[in-house]
Design a protein around this ligand. Structure first.
Ligand code: PMP
Length: 399
C-alpha cells in the first residue's frame, strides 16, 4: 500500500502521544463502572464524579436502567434504519408527544443525538441565500450545522445583544435569518440574555434557535432556559439533548408543527441516520417522566452546585458564578490545569480539564442531584490539597 499525504499527516501527528507519555493527557479517560455520584476508573481507582452532565443523576437510576432493558427485550438492540423508513418506533412517537407537552411547544422531533438535532434543525431549515448569525461561544455542533447549511455565517460577540442588533440592522440581507445561541453555555455555565435576543429577533424578523442542551431538565423545574425567562412562546426553535439531564443519548427539536413537518422531510441528519436505539429512547422517556414527577431533583442539583461554588471560593479558587450545575474553576495556565487535574484524580475526584482552544484553561466541575454531602466534601478536600501542591494555580488567599 502506498502511503498518501493524508496518511502521512496522521503519522506525523505526535501531540497526543507526547502528552500521554508526559502523563499530561486529560482526554479519553476510561471508566469501568459507574453508579450514583461515583465511578471506577479502568485500573481500579474509585472517584467521586464531579465531571459529568448527568445533572439529575438519572443515568444510573434503576427505573431508567430497567426501562432501557425492557425496551431492548421488546424491540431489540438497535432499530437498524432511519425513522424515515424502517427505524421508527411507537417509543419515538410517544417521546415526541411527551416532550412537546412538557416543554410547552406544539411539536417535537426526535433525532439520534443532540449534535444531529442541531445539524438537522439548522441545515434543514437554512440554505444558500440565508444568513446564520451565531454567538461566538456557541457549541461546536451549531457551528458545524451552520457550515453544513451553506448559508452565509456571521458571528456576534458572546452574549452581546447590542452587537447582534447592530449586525441585524446593518445586514441588508433579503433571505431568511436564523440567530443561533446556547441557552446555557457549557464551559462557563452562563445563560444567554434571552429577553434581549427575543426582542432583537422580533424587530428584524429573524428566527431564534436556542440550543438548550444544558438548561433542559435543569432550569425552572426542568422546563429549561426559555421557561426560566418566561419566554417559551417567544422562541420558535429549541434543540435538546438526552445526553445530559436525561441520562441517555439522543436529541430533539421543538417548535411549531409546520416547522417540525418541514424538518421531517429536509433534515438530512434525521433522514439518513439510524434512529435512536430502543434502549436510549425508552431511557429518555422514563427520565422525562421521572423529572416531571420529581422536581426535587432540580432543587437538589442547584443546592449542590451552590454548595460547591461557596466552598471552592472559600478555598481561594476563582469560580464562575451562576445558577446552573456547571462550576468552572479558573486554573490560570495549561500546566497548572493538567497538574491539578492529575492530582485531583489521585485524590479520588474526577473533573474535566478544559484547555484552549476550547476555552481558557479551567477545571470544568459539575454537580448532580444525587451527589451526597459527603461526596462533595471529599471533592472540596481534594481541591484543598491540590491548592497547596500545584505551582502556578490561580488561587487567592483562602477566605
Ligand atoms: N449542544 C451543546 C450545548 C452541548 O454541550 C452538546 C454536548 N456536549 C451538544 C449540543 C451535543 O449533544 P449530544 O451529546 O447529544 O450529541
Amino acid at each position: 500500500m502506498t502511503v498518501s499525504a493524508l496518511i502521512r499527516k496522521c503519522a506525523s501527528y505526535t501531540r497526543g502521544r507526547d502528552a500521554r507519555q508526559a502523563g499530561l493527557y486529560p482526554y479519553y479517560p476510561s471508566f469501568a463502572a459507574r453508579e450514583a455520584g461515583v465511578a471506577r476508573m479502568t485500573g481500579g481507582r474509585e472517584v467521586v464524579m464531579c465531571g459529568s452532565n448527568d445533572y439529575l443523576g438519572l443515568s444510573t437510576d434503576p427505573r431508567v436502567v430497567a426501562a432501557a432493558a425492557e425496551a431492548t427485550a421488546r424491540y431489540g438492540a438497535g432499530c437498524t434504519g432511519s425513522r424515515l423508513l424502517n427505524g421508527n418506533l411507537d417509543l419515538h412517537d410517544r417521546l415526541e408527544r411527551e416532550l412537546a407537552d412538557f416543554f410547552g411547544k406544539p411539536a417535537a422531533l426526535v433525532l439520534t443525538t443532540g449534535y444531529q438535532a442541531n445539524l438537522g434543525a439548522v441545515a434543514g431549515l437554512c440554505g444558500p441565500g440565508d444568513l446564520v448569525l451565531i454567538d461566538q461561544q456557541a457549541h461546536a455542533s451549531l457551528i458545524d450545522a451552520a457550515r453544513l447549511s451553506r448559508a452565509k455565517i456571521q458571528w456576534f460577540a458572546h452574549n452581546d445583544p447590542d452587537d447582534l442588533t447592530g449586525k441585524l440592522r446593518r445586514t441588508g440581507h433579503r433571505g431568511g435569518v436564523l440567530v443561533v445561541v446556547d441557552g446555557v453555555y457549557s464551559m462557563a455555565g452562563d445563560l444567554c440574555p434571552l429577553p434581549r435576543l427575543v426582542e432583537s429577533c422580533r424587530e428584524f424578523d429573524a428566527t431564534l434557535l436556542v440550543d438548550d442542551a444544558h438548561g433542559a431538565g435543569v432550569l425552572d423545574e426542568g422546563r429549561g432556559t426559555c421557561s426560566h425567562f418566561g419566554l417559551t412562546d417567544e422562541v420558535p426553535l429549541v434543540t435538546l439533548t438526552f445526553s445530559k439531564a436525561f441520562g441517555s443519548i439522543g436529541g430533539a427539536v421543538l417548535g411549531e408543527e409546520e416547522v417540525v413537518e418541514y424538518l421531517r422531510h429536509h433534515a438530512r441528519a434525521l433522514m439518513f441516520s439510524a434512529s435512536a436505539s430502543p434502549a436510549d429512547t425508552a431511557a429518555a422517556l422514563r427520565s422525562l417522566r421521572i423529572l416531571r414527577e420529581e422536581p426535587w431533583r432540580c432543587a437538589a442539583v442547584a443546592g449542590n452546585a451552590a454548595y460547591l461554588r461557596r466552598e471552592l471560593t472559600a478555598l481561594g479558587y476563582r469560580v464562575g458564578a451562576g445558577v446552573t450545575p456547571i462550576v468552572p474553576v479558573d486554573t490560570g495556565d495549561e500546566p497548572a490545569t493538567l497538574g491539578a487535574w492529575n492530582l485531583l484524580i489521585e485524590q479520588g475526584v474526577y473533573v474535566n480539564a478544559v484547555l484552549p482552544p476550547a476555552a481558557s484553561p479551567r477545571l470544568r466541575t459539575s454537580c448532580t442531584a444525587v451527589q451526597t454531602r459527603e461526596q462533595l466534601d471529599r471533592a472540596v478536600a481534594a481541591f484543598a490539597a491540590v491548592r497547596e501542591r500545584v505551582p502556578g494555580l490561580t488561587v487567592a488567599a483562602a477566605g
